[in-house]
Design a protein around this ligand. Structure first.
Ligand code: SF4
Ligand code: MG
Length: 317
């Protein structure tokens, strides 16, 4: 709620703080248990920073993070372990980067179990063999090394590791973006099956509107650190209110029962402004096809226009 993460910009020999990058600038979102919240936006819009702030990899600059009603925004590191670190796990784009290549699957998957003092040696081995099967591997893979696997298989390792502590929420940051389309579909299917089996809640961060559409129940559209629009999937994709959402969607073909519907493509002028120096008023005003005078001066409020359909735009005031 109103969550912000600003990074100082330092410059000069004394590294004085000369400004702020408002990577995440006051966002309010929610996801219900067992659902998937998709967060979409171009690279640099702050979606990854938001994901990392949700799980307290970054300290929030302002605002609140509520997890099952508990305010975790300022919990000390000692308490975080029992709540956040165990119940909320993250999957990244490149699982290889977060996996130690010199370790076997057994040792990679044992690590979280040992850290959280779960199971004895034998129990751990059973758990690991179970995890491997859950992600579609043969348990005999236990002594293999990550380099023996393809990109899609490595993402399965990433998922197995995220599942090791039986989390309730998994945040996936561009988890399938590096994979071929057919492999993407396999990983997404796997994630959906696991969600059903374990009642998992997902926050799925991606620049890819089609992938987000496939997996999400609710979708938030981010631009320059702010949420432009947030709604249930159907409402957002079928009745987008915000000019930015409309432009993004106009570039994606929409599958219909009969063939593909073509929308008129809205091409945005200009480049993405720097988050270090965002435009005044509505941050989207420099590129908005519907810009009005008021947009340059006043930041539009993020308001609920219809049930669970939020938008930040002066067109709706
Ligand atoms: Fe466009 Fe104005 Fe709405 Fe911003 S507030 S999206 S500039 S119409
Ligand atoms: Mg990112």
């Amino acid at each position: 709620i109103g969550l912000a993460k600003h990074f100082p910009i330092k410059s000069g020999v004394f590294q004085r703080t000369t400004g702020q990058i408002k990577a995440v600038d006051g966002i309010s979102l929610f996801v219900k248990k067992g659902e998937t919240l998709g967060i979409v936006g171009e690279s640099g819009c702050g979606k990854s920073t938001a994901g990392r702030t949700f799980i307290r990899l970054y300290e929030p600059t302002a605002g609140k993070i509520l997890f099952k009603g508990m305010d975790i925004s300022h919990l000390p590191e000692s308490t975080l372990g029992r709540t956040v670190r165990k119940n909320i796990q993250m999957i990244f784009q490149d699982p290889y980067a977060s996996i130690n290549p010199r370790k076997t699957l057994k040792s990679i998957l044992s690590e979280p179990l040992i850290t959280h003092k779960l199971y004895d040696r034998k129990g751990r081995e059973e758990k690991i063999s179970d995890l491997l099967q859950k992600v579609g591997f043969n348990p005999s893979f236990i002594n293999r090394y990550p380099h023996e696997f393809s990109g899609g298989q490595r993402q399965r390792i990433g998922i197995a590791r995220a599942l090791a502590l039986n989390p309730e929420l998994i945040i996936a940051d561009e988890a399938v973006s590096a994979l071929d389309v057919s492999i993407q579909a396999q990983i997404i299917n796997l994630m959906e099956n696991l969600q059903e089996e374990f009642g998992l809640t997902y926050i799925f961060i991606s620049h890819d509107l089609s992938v987000v559409r496939h997996i999400s129940d609710r979708v938030a559209v981010m631009y320059l650190g702010k949420i432009m629009e947030f709604a249930r999937k159907k409402d957002l994709y079928e009745n987008p209110l915000h000019p930015y959402t409309q432009a993004l969607l106009s570039a994606v073909p929409i599958p219909r029962k009969r063939g593909v519907e073509k929308r008129e493509r809205i091409v945005l002028k200009g480049d993405l402004p720097s988050p270090a120096n965002p435009p005044s008023g509505c941050v989207f005003h420099t590129r908005c096809p519907a810009v009005m005078d008021v947009c340059r001066k006043i930041t539009p409020e993020f308001k609920e226009m219809k049930k669970e359909h939020f938008v930040a735009c002066h067109l709706y005031e």
